[in-house]
Write a protein that binds this ligand. Structure first.
Ligand SMILES: [Zn+2]
Length: 353
């Protein structure tokens, strides 16, 4: 089968390779992959960025996948051929002794691993997955749309569990990449008022897509008014919540200026270097500074609810590339030419419904 694989630990060292179809072992299921998204973390791994040293030197990328069961291994009774499934990307085998498993936060366990970085993933025609990390796709969600479940679950965890966002909450989302955009959609889905912020680099694709989805947007950068001025125009008392999804150090450092006293700032991005924060400014406004990391099964199920309610406009967000053009998908993602690249691994062309 064809697989988009990293072949050594260096920058851009991945290519389409011919590898054997994996054989499902005890408790595993073989999926024929339909669609697999290219994630920011795939880009970091592909570019061999700092902080991604744990990625295997040789591995098939891809953790945002939806596919169809084609074979089951020994001991599988819950799955049969033809079933549609998505994979839980960040995987921790359940252990009742593990406090994070008991709290539905397995993504915080030290035993976690990411399929697609630490074992072979889904940018391939087939992938073997431990049944513990599979979730059935509801009948009314198409497979291309289902490939968004994983990134949407990350947004769901951030908005639903870590940001105190409900109906009428005034929210600023900083960074209109796919996670920021999905956070904005998850907040809107809860009835929040959302302002999306980007830089001039984001203008051509991301902020345009945001406006197409009905969001008010703000562009910040050199020579432009600071974000806080814009925010106060929209929300005169300041934002109730700010979600930092850009990964820009200054966006997090200045976030307190846009948030009202007793508000919440949640960082959902990864930062490439330590950040200097004037914590006293946060303290004087008693701003709750939080982080949100990855997601777990309940967030995937909430993501399904959003997908089936039409809360995510697939066509405005996604560009589909055939698996053979995976590298182009990575390059276009790196250059911000696309909001979100998704690989069609089915070899049949997109079946958008
Ligand atoms: Zn991802």
């Amino acid at each position: 089968m064809k697989a988009f694989r990293r072949f050594e630990r260096s920058e851009r060292a991945a290519r389409l390779a011919e590898v054997p179809i994996p054989v499902p072992g005890q408790g595993e299921v073989l999926l024929k992959v339909s669609y697999c998204g290219i994630c920011g973390s795939d880009l970091h791994a592909w570019l061999n960025h700092k902080g991604y040293e744990s990625v295997l030197p040789e591995v098939t990328f891809g953790h945002e996948l939806a596919g169809i069961v084609t074979e089951v291994g020994q001991g599988i009774s819950a799955w049969s051929c033809g079933d549609k499934a998505v994979m839980i990307a960040l995987q921790t085998k359940y252990d009742a002794e593990d406090p994070y498993c008991r709290k539905d936060l397995p993504q915080l366990s030290e035993r976690r691993r990411v399929q697609g970085l630490h074992l072979d993933g889904g940018m391939a025609e087939f992938v073997c997955v431990d049944e513990e990390f599979l979730i059935p796709v509801p009948e009314d969600i198409s497979l291309p749309l289902a490939s968004l479940t994983e990134p949407l679950s990350v947004a769901e965890h951030c908005i639903g569990n870590r940001s105190d966002i409900t109906r009428g909450t005034k929210v600023v989302v900083s960074g209109p990449g796919i996670i920021g955009m999905l956070c904005a959609l998850a907040a809107k889905h809860r009835g929040a008022e959302v302002l999306l912020v980007g830089t001039e680099r984001d203008e051509a694709v991301r902020l345009r897509a945001a406006r197409k989805l009905g969001f008010q947007t703000v562009t910040v950068g050199a020579g432009l008014p600071p974000l806080s001025e814009n925010v106060l125009e929209h929300f005169p008392l300041g934002a109730d919540a700010l979600v930092e999804a850009s990964g820009a150090a200054s966006a997090l450092a200045d976030s307190w200026k846009s948030v009202r006293p007793n508000g919440v700032v949640t960082a959902v991005a990864l930062y490439s270097r330590p950040i200097e924060l004037d914590l006293t400014q946060f303290l004087r406004k008693q701003i709750d500074l939080r982080t949100s990391y990855a997601s777990s099964r309940p967030d995937y199920l909430n993501a399904f609810e959003m997908l089936r309610n039409g809360a995510v406009d697939f066509d405005s967000l996604i560009r589909i590339y055939p698996l053979k053009d995976a590298e182009q998908g990575f390059v276009d993602s790196e250059q911000l030419k696309v909001m979100k690249a998704v690989l069609d691994c089915s070899g049949e062309g997109p079946e958008l419904t």
